[in-house]
Design a protein around this ligand. Structure first.
Ligand code: GLC
Length: 483
């Protein structure tokens, strides 16, 4: 008995030592990415692309919609929600021939919208790789008639147009090859400790016969290596849905990436608090109560699905998207907005139009966005909005009408920016947070319209807006130089 207890103590102790050294190593690696993280925070606005075989069913399987099958929105989850056997789902690859896909067109669209980076799903939960993979035949080159490496084409186009590039990679869930995402073994261990085990996302209807660790060893880790080796300019890796991953497993992914390219920064969902940057949640704009000890990126959909959903035409308007961008940036985050091309590679016309409108606003106002930081006041004005998740936003819609008293603030060096989305009827703007005593104003300029006279009182900063503001894309931005 004594011997057994001693062995147990040694085991526990060495586990602790291992954890400690893993944690120390992680901190060392994470700290070395300070510069890469700063660059990331300057970018502010990016494009997320969810694309894969799920674009073919587009949210409908055997005549049933996602809603009818029980999990709304996420059309890229169709294999799970319809419990499609692996073999049957894999047959979709033979139909995947997105002849209209044009990487330059997509990258240009992002660039003209004012986006600075693109992150594409190199492999989503279905296990299908959009890039050439030597370790799996379930990829764009081997399994489809298309035979063009989509990730490579986008990567090259990003280089041509000077956009940064990143990949999403579903490291834990892989319905084709990832077995049950170690659900059974974790559950068995947890039954002894009375801990809950969540099977959410695991393939329990037709799991691959190999074990989860075989999947990690033979597919996930090798594919992450392939991505980093084939695309040395990758800046971001967006792992997702860590589920039951252990700290050791998350660490192995982190270290694998670091050893090949130490400048790549990794999103939160690598799991076990090992991300370099935080993600507040799907379609969630953080509130003042959310505290982040890492740089963060808010992510949102254009309609309510990430992957193409043929019957969801509830597109966010350009005005709403502008609100998301300004709200997120004035709180200090990046905004990554998602598009889901269809099975031919096309993007809905409304999406393109709204991106163009955002681009017109950005062309005039982008200096209040890129490289900016939050000011001590994030916003003022009577209008409040709360966006907590996909379902809430879908249910409630976006009926907000901003007023000319609503302002958002950002700051860059000695410049302070006050962004408004509505012109006052009186043509007189009053910004209360910029009252005398609060800020020592030297000069005021309206982006796209030039310098203006101002008056500063205890009540605020008053400006008579020139007629030319009416020609600006939406509202106006005050650029304030301080003494
Ligand atoms: C969720 C979903 C996934 C989507 C992702 C985007 O975790 O599983 O389908 O890719 O969110 O944030």
């Amino acid at each position: 008995m004594k011997y057994f207890i001693m062995l147990l103590l040694i085991a526990l102790w060495s586990d602790k030592v291992l954890c400690q050294s893993m944690e120390n190593d992680w901190h060392k690696m994470n700290r070395s990415k300070e510069r890469a993280l700063q660059d990331f925070q300057q970018q502010k606005f990016g494009m997320f692309i969810h694309w894969g075989l799920y674009a073919i069913p587009g949210g409908i399987w055997n005549g049933k919609t996602m809603e009818e099958m029980g999990i709304p929105n996420v059309a890229e989850w169709i294999q799970l929600v319809a419990k499609i056997p692996r073999k049957e789902y894999a047959d979709l690859a033979a139909l995947f021939n997105p002849v209209d896909f044009d990487a330059d067109h997509i990258v240009n669209m992002a660039k003209e919208a004012g986006m600075k980076y693109i992150v594409i799903t190199s492999k989503h939960h279905d296990g299908f790789a959009l890039f050439e993979s030597k370790v799996s035949d379930f990829d764009i080159m081997d399994a489809t008639p298309f035979k063009r490496d989509i990730v490579r084409e986008l990567y090259e186009a990003c280089k041509r147009h000077q956009l940064e590039f990143g990949v999403y990679y579903s490291h834990n869930i892989d319905w084709a090859d990832g077995a049950d995402a170690q659900y059974a073994t974790t559950k068995a261990a947890n039954d002894l400790t009375n801990n809950d085990t969540d099977s959410f996302g695991a393939n329990l209807w037709d799991p691959s016969p190999n074990g989860f660790s075989t999947y990690l060893k033979n597919k996930a880790i090798p594919q992450v290596k392939e991505l980093l080796e084939q695309f040395p300019g990758i800046r971001y890796i967006w792992f997702d849905m860590p589920g039951l991953m252990t700290p050791e497993q998350s660490y192995t992914f982190y270290k694998t990436v670091y050893d090949i390219n130490p400048d790549v920064i990794i999103a939160e969902r690598i799991g076990n608090d090992m991300g370099d940057y935080a993600i507040p949640g799907d379609n969630r704009i953080p509130t003042a109560d959310d505290q982040f000890d890492k740089p963060w990126e808010a992510i949102g959909t254009f309609n309510h699905s990430w992957g193409y959903k043929s019957y969801d035409n509830d597109w966010k308007s350009a005005d709403e998207l502008l609100y998301w961008l300004i709200e997120i940036v004035s709180k200090g985050g990046n905004y990554m907005l998602n598009i889901g091309p269809d099975a031919k590679g096309n993007v809905a016309p409304t999406v393109m139009n709204n991106l163009q409108k955002l681009g017109s606003w950005m062309a005039v106002n982008n200096e209040a966005i890129y490289g900016s930081k939050p000011w001590k006041v994030q916003r003022e004005g009577p209008t409040t909005v709360s966006i907590t998740d996909t379902e809430q936003r879908e249910k409630e819609g976006f009926k907000v009408q901003f007023t000319s008293e609503d302002f958002w603030f950002t700051e860059r060096g000695n410049q302070l920016y006050a962004i408004s989305l509505e012109l006052p009827e009186s043509q007189i703007a009053l910004v209360k947070s910029l009252a005398r005593g609060e800020v020592d104003v030297k000069q005021v300029e309206i982006l796209g319209a030039g310098k203006v006279a101002f008056r500063q009182t205890e009540e605020g900063l008053t400006i008579k807006l020139p007629k030319s503001v009416q020609k600006l894309p939406k509202g106006y931005t005050l650029k304030i130089t301080r003494n």
